[in-house]
Design a protein around this ligand. Structure first.
Ligand code: GTB
Length: 216
């Protein structure tokens, strides 16, 4: 059955692979599932046809036969559950990998998103610098904890899993922040994710969309 995902027609990240279709593309590449992409403008994302798939009018979505999903975490979990390569077979290791997916999305990602929101939408406020500094402190607290946990290991558990895919996807948003580089093991962890052939294929695919939109 054909898998179709949605992505920005012209991503505001300018092809840096930071939009959330990237984690879905990466998961599909890891498990070797081909997929098609329907590109959407901001306007089309808020129109009835897309709202029928995504109640919040966002990307990514995932369609496979009569199944339609939204939320990148749920989509990656669905892919990981149905195909070998992203979740261990052993029950406990599998539960831990799923735990790391949740940790990435609900414990590590929120302050990182707050930072992006502050920089885009709150820059002109008189309290901007103070707010940014508070958000950065919350990010650093999480990175301190994550860095301590990871130590010198390659991945969060024994082998690369959907938990790492999600955590690295979340940390990538910090690459240009000047924060991640203070954590050598986390920077190396992110680089290990980026070096995976599946990540590279996914990155090139989303970059090709941005390049084509820019030259059209
Ligand atoms: N919780 C949802 C999920 O994980 O799927 C969040 C989905 C979401 O935020 N989608 C964004 C979107 O559709 C795109 S990825 N936004 C349009 C809207 O809400 O109207 C977020 C994103 C956007 C831009 C950058 N960037 O420029 O670097 C990075 C990430």
């Amino acid at each position: 059955m054909t898998i179709t995902i949605t992505a920005f027609e012209k991503s505001p990240d300018r092809g840096r692979g930071l939009a959330r279709d990237m984690r879905v593309r990466w998961a599909l590449e890891e498990v070797g599932e081909p997929y098609e992409v329907r590109l959407l403008s901001f306007k089309a994302m808020k129109e009835p046809a897309h709202l029928a798939l995504h109640p919040f009018g966002q990307i990514p979505t995932y369609e496979e036969g009569d199944l339609a999903l939204f939320e990148s975490g749920s989509i990656v979990f669905h892919i990981a559950e149905r195909h070998a390569g992203l979740l261990p077979d052993a029950a406990s290791a599998r539960a831990r990998a799923i735990t790391w997916m949740f940790a990435a999305l609900s414990t590590v990602e929120p302050p990182i998103i707050d930072r992006a929101t502050a920089r885009i939408q709150e820059r002109d406020q008189i309290w901007y610098e103070q707010r940014l500094s508070m958000v950065d402190q919350r990010i650093r607290q999480r990175l301190n904890e994550l860095s301590r946990y990871l130590g010198s290991a390659d991945w969060l558990d024994e082998a690369f899993s959907a938990g790492d895919l999600m955590m690295i996807s979340v940390l990538l948003r910090l690459k240009d922040s000047g924060i991640l580089q203070d954590y050598h093991n986390l920077s190396a962890y992110v680089a290990r994710g980026e070096a995976r052939p599946a990540y590279k294929r996914a990155f090139e695919a989303q970059l090709a969309v941005f390049t084509a939109a820019s030259t059209a």
